[in-house]
Design a protein around this ligand. Sequence first.
Ligand SMILES: [Zn+2]
Ligand SMILES: [Zn+2]
Length: 182
Amino acid sequence: MLCPNCQRDLGAPVLSADDPPVFRCAGCQGVWVDSNVYLAWVAGRDIEAPADLTIDDVPVADTQNLKLCPTCRRFLTRYHILPGARFHVERCGHCNGVWFDSGEWDTVVRHKLQDKVNWLFTEPWQDRIRAAEARQALERLYHERFGAEDYARARDVRAWLEHHPQRATLLAYLQARDPYRV
Ligand SMILES: [Zn+2]
Ligand SMILES: [Zn+2]
């Protein structure tokens, strides 16, 4: 099997006591997770659903080049897999193998998701990623539009109003052109 990134021979999988066997490229340090090898490792293990998490450490080596599956030679599809992390991994829609650029697999392992790789591509998990991304985009937009100080103030007011018993009246008061006129 050749590395989808730098075309070196991927050699034999790296075996470890706790982690699934993966192919690590000696050239670019990327990691290929072969679906059959992975599923054989996962089989029989008691895997819990991943917890809610937000990740803000972004591996630097997120390669952009189009890649081919080392097993089936089809194009790999790009996915975001961790909420808050901007890097992509690439997956083969045919054999379900996954390519992680240097540093990306280690991030998955660091967050103890190495036994949940299948989960990361399911609809509920991908929905969660999209929701997190939409949220971040809006946060950036508000921050840009309001400026840091006013945005912080607006969030304070929101938090204060959220469970306030007079919320509706207070909002009407704030919105009224002249709240002292009937
Ligand atoms: Zn490589
Ligand atoms: Zn494939």
